[in-house]
Design a protein around this ligand. Structure first.
Ligand code: 5GP
Ligand code: ZN
Length: 114
């Protein structure tokens, strides 16, 4: 088993509530939701953070955003609006060092974020 939590979620060694999956990414419900809809989009490839991406990942990163928009529609938060977030590094609040986007919706979001 990998020592990376999200790699283990991708391989299903750690269970999760999967809302979407394709060849390159998985989307799951966050275990500790910060909003009525809180979904994590996780690439199957291990990339520690946005700092560790290269031009080779451009298609994957674009695909993640397209799928986020698609899931927002499926979760009925697209019309009212939602937030797509990447926390990068210590000051960005990243706690799991495997790149992921948070899709948050179902309530009004504050700005600036904390
Ligand atoms: P970060 O703080 O790295 O941006 O986000 C990590 C997210 O992963 C947090 O929102 C946290 O609640 C979520 N999380 C941590 N462990 C698990 C887990 O085992 N399963 C699921 N589904 N989410 C997790
Ligand atoms: Zn990983």
């Amino acid at each position: 088993m990998s020592d990376c939590l999200f790699c283990n979620i991708v391989t299903k060694n750690v269970p999760s509530k999967i809302v979407y999956e394709d060849e390159t990414l998985i989307a799951i419900e966050d275990i500790n939701p910060s909003a009525p809809v809180h979904i994590l989009l996780i690439p199957k490839k291990h990339i520690a953070s946005l700092n560790d991406t290269s031009v080779d990942d451009e298609v994957l990163l674009g695909h993640m955003q397209m799928v986020a928009g698609q899931i927002a529609k499926e979760q009925n938060i697209a019309v009212d609006g939602y937030r797509l977030v990447n926390n990068c590094g210590t000051l960005g609040g990243q706690t799991v060092m495997h790149l992921h986007y948070h899709l948050l919706g179902g309530r009004e979001m504050l700005w600036p974020p904390g």
